[in-house]
Ligand binder design. Structure first.
Ligand SMILES: [Mn+2]
Length: 338
């Protein structure tokens, strides 16, 4: 009975779509896409005007949520992460000052342009080729409003590809990427999906959007992951040799001679003891302080960043991982804004 019912609801969209003329569907999709971009454009404009009116900011973090989970190979919970992260940033259990003394209440340090309506766009049948372009366009709309710089809330890791592509296209050249993750996410194609969250860095490297890619925290890597890493000249720092690499990684200087530095933080770079609310529990990871040491000591112009793969459906009842993801966002904010 349950099986028939499930099959039933999934067939409804197809049945309905068949009775609607193709042109009408395309027109409807375009209207939804235009409305979505208008939403981001106007919000970015509003926040940009505010920050410029206050004056004095050369670079300013602006949150952009990308609630997308369908390119995950396992669980789709990261689609629900952006509102949970915002809630934890402002929950009041801690103050609004970052460790290095930046005030998050100051719009010149942090603003928020809201979420891309990913679900609404997908509901009208828009496929991933187009959805990825819409995500990229949204990132560019934020970058239009200097001094705003996008701090993207995922979402599964597939979103890093369109975000990095947009950043590189907008700045007119490649960036250096610091990628913290248990996994290299560099399969040429995972389970038939070129946009898989396990393939985002293959797309980034083949597109030439990064000069250097440093992957830190790696402890779940297949032979394909290593071969792909070699093919693209990726600097893969595995956890098994972290004690040896630690000093180097906690004193990085990136982005010179390119357009800047992009930081991508998969929450599962952390040991599950620190962040249990992720889809892929992978023991033997970084401590929260390891990550902060890497981020806080990094020298370079951070042009954009993302925090991805927090899965609220796997979090503890008190939302511990939401707080962890929020603190990563807070400290990245401090890193970007000046
Ligand atoms: Mn990962």
């Amino acid at each position: 009975m349950m099986k028939i019912w499930r099959r039933g609801i999934h067939q409804f969209p197809n049945l309905n779509a068949r009775s609607v003329p193709k042109e009408l569907i395309e027109k409807g999709q375009q209207r939804v896409i235009d409305a979505s971009l208008t939403l981001i454009r106007e919000r970015a404009k509003l926040k940009g005007e505010l920050v410029r009116a206050l004056g004095g900011a050369a670079a300013s973090s602006s949150l952009l949520g990308v609630p997308l989970g369908h390119n995950s190979s396992f669980l789709q919970g990261p689609a629900f992460a952006p509102p949970r992260i915002r809630e934890a940033i402002w929950c009041g259990s801690t103050n609004a000052t970052t460790e290095v003394g930046k005030e998050l209440n100051d719009p010149r340090v942090l603003t928020d342009v809201g979420d891309i309506p990913v679900q609404e766009i997908r509901d009208c049948g828009v496929e991933d080729d187009r959805l990825m372009k819409i995500i990229g366009e949204s990132v560019k709309l934020v970058m239009e409003e200097a001094p705003l710089r996008p701090l993207v809330l995922g979402g599964d890791h597939s979103i890093s590809f369109p975000v990095v592509r947009a950043v590189s296209e907008k700045l007119g050249g490649p960036v250096d990427i610091l990628h913290l993750d248990a996994h290299p996410d560099i399969y040429h194609c995972f389970e038939g999906n070129k946009y898989s969250h396990a393939s985002s860095f293959a797309r980034i490297m083949e597109g030439g959007y990064a000069r250097r890619l440093l992957q830190v925290g790696i402890r779940s890597i297949t032979s394909e992951g290593r071969e792909q890493g070699k093919k693209y000249g990726v600097e893969q720092y595995e956890m098994r040799s972290f004690s040896k690499d630690q000093h180097f990684l906690q004193n990085l200087h990136l982005g010179e001679g390119v357009k800047g530095v992009y930081i991508s933080v998969d929450v599962d770079c952390l040991d599950p003891a620190f962040a249990p609310g992720v889809s892929h529990i992978e023991p033997g990871g970084l401590s929260f302080r390891d990550v902060l040491n890497i981020l806080q000591n990094l020298k370079g112009d951070i042009v954009a960043a993302d925090v991805v793969e927090f899965n609220p459906q796997r979090d503890t009842v008190d939302g511990m991982t939401a707080m962890v993801a929020a603190k990563l966002v807070r400290e990245l904010t401090a890193k970007i804004s000046r």
